[in-house]
Ligand binder design. Structure first.
Ligand code: C2E
Ligand code: MG
Ligand code: MG
Ligand code: MG
Length: 284
């Protein structure tokens, strides 16, 4: 470590911090330009009905390829956006672009729904609920076909402003999903307090399904809990047929993951609507 090593170790440590800071500043600067130019992309990952094999919905996922930085990982640029006060603009761009693109591809007409990720920072920004309603009205999409995905950090303070905004949106018909359940604290109290519609089980739990039976017991209990509370369960990060079979057997209604399909660009969105993953992904 820096303490026990020679001065060379300390210098290397300081150098790594300086590199990380430079990278963050560069990402921030390039991201601000990309947002101003509107060059951020949205891709769409199908969410599969595990009973029928049909596509129930799509999750919109931000994608960014920069002239200088190349392709940047969403976890990296979303984190920078949250720290640099850029995530409100980013989120608004993704929401508007995703709803418009999905409508054009016939997603809503086919009865499928669209899920968009929302940062807690957006929920604290004034006018968020109005902005969501404006997008739905502009494009002509029923509120019930939009799901907003939030992580459970939103619910850690009872009755927080963020929770009030979500309630207001839920009252107008928008669906709320709790994303990445099981990745963080996975506390249960707020699940009874806040009427979320969808519970998304984090990939880290999906990964345990085939390791030993303990993983299955935990996922089974979460599915049971969510079902009792009237929520639809989506299992994230399904990569193998074995995982899909286990999820289905445990009572999970929906699955999402590379076994079925990764996030696809706009040109490949419409064709996903006809796929059936029970029959090996061939169009229904
Ligand atoms: P998330 O909302 O949990 O999205 C699921 C992530 O899992 C996506 O990563 C997706 O590409 C990835 N994934 C899907 N299936 C599999 C699989 O079978 N195996 C593995 N290993 N990964 C899979 P992605 O696109 O890199 O996004 C990462 C995170 O960045 C998202 O996690 C979300 O928290 C955030 N994010 C992405 N787009 C947006 C956005 O527009 N707004 C906000 N606020 N956050 C976003
Ligand atoms: Mg999500
Ligand atoms: Mg997730
Ligand atoms: Mg996740």
């Amino acid at each position: 470590g820096a303490r026990s090593g020679g001065s060379g170790t300390v210098a290397a440590f300081d150098g790594a911090i300086a590199d990380a800071n430079r990278r963050r500043l560069l990402v921030r600067e390039r991201l601000a330009l990309a947002l101003a130019a509107g060059t951020l992309d949205v891709h769409f990952q199908p969410v599969v009905d595990l009973d029928t094999g049909g596509v129930a919905s799509f999750e919109a996922l931000a994608r960014w390829t920069d002239d200088v930085l190349g392709r940047v990982n969403p976890v990296e640029f979303i984190t920078v956006a949250e720290e640099a006060n850029l995530v409100v603009a980013l989120g608004q761009h993704v929401l508007a672009a995703a709803v418009r693109t999905a409508a054009d591809a016939g997603v809503f007409a086919a009865g499928a729904s669209l899920a968009v990720n929302v940062s807690v920072v957006q929920l604290h920004a004034p006018g968020f609920a109005d902005a969501v309603r404006a997008v739905l009205t502009d494009v002509g999409v029923p509120a019930s076909q939009l799901t907003l995905e939030v992580t459970e950090s939103v619910f850690l303070d009872t009755g927080s402003p963020a929770e009030r905004v979500l309630r207001e949106l839920a009252d107008t018909g928008v669906r709320i999903a709790i994303d990445d359940f099981g990745a963080g604290h996975a506390s249960f109290g707020y699940l009874g307090r806040f009427p979320a519609h969808v519970l998304k089980i984090d990939r880290s739990l999906t990964n345990t399904l085939t390791v030993d039976s303990d993983g299955q017991v935990i996922v089974s209990c979460i599915v049971e809990l969510a079902t009792q509370l009237g929520m639809v369960v989506v299992v994230e990060g399904i990569e193998t047929a074995e995982q899909a079979v286990i999820c289905s057997a445990l009572g999970a209604q929906r699955g999402q993951g590379w076994l079925f399909e990764a996030a696809v660009p706009t040109e490949r969105l419409a064709e996903q609507l006809d796929r059936n993953f029970a029959s090996g992904g061939v169009p229904a």
